[in-house]
Design a protein around this ligand. Structure first.
Ligand code: ADP
Ligand code: MG
Length: 380
């Protein structure tokens, strides 16, 4: 059982040119007991450093790490009762799967019968019974990763830290292992912090997801909240695939209505800037932005495309030319030529579109997002 509290945690490394690298910057986060929290962010944003700080492999420059109310900054790694599973799960090549799992317990002088019981139980959970006698070279990637997990599980730690444990696996095995980790977490009932750069993995696995960028936590929320209510433009663009489309422009007041007018680009004559009317939900927050620049964001699934050019809703439909058609089977991604670059719409797989075809489309403004271009914060 473990609750983890990070308070203003900071780690500064000396860079190669004498500069300082703030790998983790003033990070505060509470991970509740039995929670599966996913820390997600692009490569180099400080995820591994955060885990190394929690486990004690790295000493913080500033801030505190508490486990169950006790500050552990001064506690050596071996006394923190934490298991860390890495992407490169260096198993001992000369040992069998069984010995690899038993090794840590032997080092800690557990009784033989206890070691045997724990390894047998764990290999049962991880479906490794058939390969306990095999050495790592004779195991598949997925099996090796399971042995690495098993090595952590047999210790029955109060906290699991998993650092991109599935990134070396092929897609199929990764999906399967992801489900196994979710099941394992439910079964073990222990606290887990799971690190990944893959936002889909984060959304599907996390009870809550912490999005990190440049050493700073940008937002912590449940997956659906993160998707529907991103706190800023970074989170909006990072969470979701294909990513949210962004358009730069200005808010204009027109009688009772507010309109977003895309910025015109010099020299572009083949397309006109988009103009869309705000809906009632967005309006109040945007009144203060009349005459100012904003960024309009809309997700690919909130763009409805119609092959015909008939104006079903006069003044509200827009037109674009299809650049790329990407059928995924269950749905299709359409890349459309916009005024400032292309943007993506998700359409039903049964709708037919051709490259170079002109179509009319409609933004679902109930799901529009607006960001302040100076602070990148969400306006609404
Ligand atoms: P992530 O795991 O999110 O990819 P890391 O925590 O590994 O990111 O690294 C964060 C930043 O800190 C990167 O800029 C990385 O180069 C730097 N960094 C990590 N470890 C060290 C170190 N031991 N010495 C110097 N810089 C480091
Ligand atoms: Mg890393």
């Amino acid at each position: 059982m473990a609750q983890v509290v990070l308070e203003r945690l900071t780690k500064v490394f000396p860079g190669p040119g004498g500069e300082s690298i703030r790998a983790v910057d003033n990070l505060s986060l509470v991970v509740e007991d039995k929670e599966l929290l996913v820390l997600v962010g692009p490569s180099g944003c400080g995820k591994t450093t955060t885990l190394r700080l929690i486990s004690g492999l790295e000493e913080p420059t500033a801030g505190t790490i508490s486990i169950n109310g006790q500050v552990v900054n001064q506690l050596p790694p071996k006394d923190r009762d934490i298991a860390l599973v890495f992407q490169n799960h260096a198993l001992y090549p000369h040992m069998s799967a069984y010995e690899n799992m038993a090794f840590g317990l032997r080092l800690r002088h557990y009784p033989k019968a206890e070691i045997e019981r724990r390894v047998k139980d764990t290999s049962q959970i991880l479906d490794l019974n058939a390969c306990l006698d095999r050495r790592p070279a004779a195991l598949s990637g997925g099996q090796r990763q399971r042995v690495a997990l098993g090595r952590a599980i047999v210790r029955q730690p109060k906290l699991f830290l998993l650092d991109e444990p599935l990134s070396n696996l092929d897609t199929q095995t990764r999906l399967q292992m992801r489900n196994e980790i979710a099941r394992l977490h439910a079964r073990l009932g222990s606290t887990m912090i799971y690190v990944t750069h893959d936002q889909i993995e984060a959304l599907t696995l996390g009870h809550r997801v912490a999005v990190m960028e440049a050493g700073v936590i940008q937002q912590v929320a449940a997956p659906v909240d993160l998707y529907q209510h991103p706190a800023n433009r970074f989170v909006a663009g990072f969470i979701g695939s294909p990513p949210m489309n962004f358009f730069e422009g200005t808010v204009l007041g027109k009688r009772d209505a507010l309109v977003f007018q895309e910025a015109a680009r010099a020299g572009v004559t083949e397309s006109i800037p988009i103009t869309v009317q705000m809906d009632n939900v967005s309006m109040p927050a945007l009144r203060g932005y009349v005459g100012k620049q904003v960024v309009f964001g809309i997700r690919p699934e909130d763009i409805a495309c119609s092959p015909s050019q008939s104006n079903t809703a006069p003044g509200r439909t827009l037109e674009a030319v299809v650049e790329i058609v990407q059928p995924l089977g269950s749905e299709t991604y359409l890349h459309l030529a916009g005024h400032a670059g292309s943007f993506v719409a998700r359409v039903p797989a049964t709708d037919h579109f051709d490259v170079s075809q002109r179509l009319s489309f409609l933004f679902d403004m109930r799901h529009a997002h607006f960001f302040d271009p100076a602070t990148e914060r969400t306006i609404v």
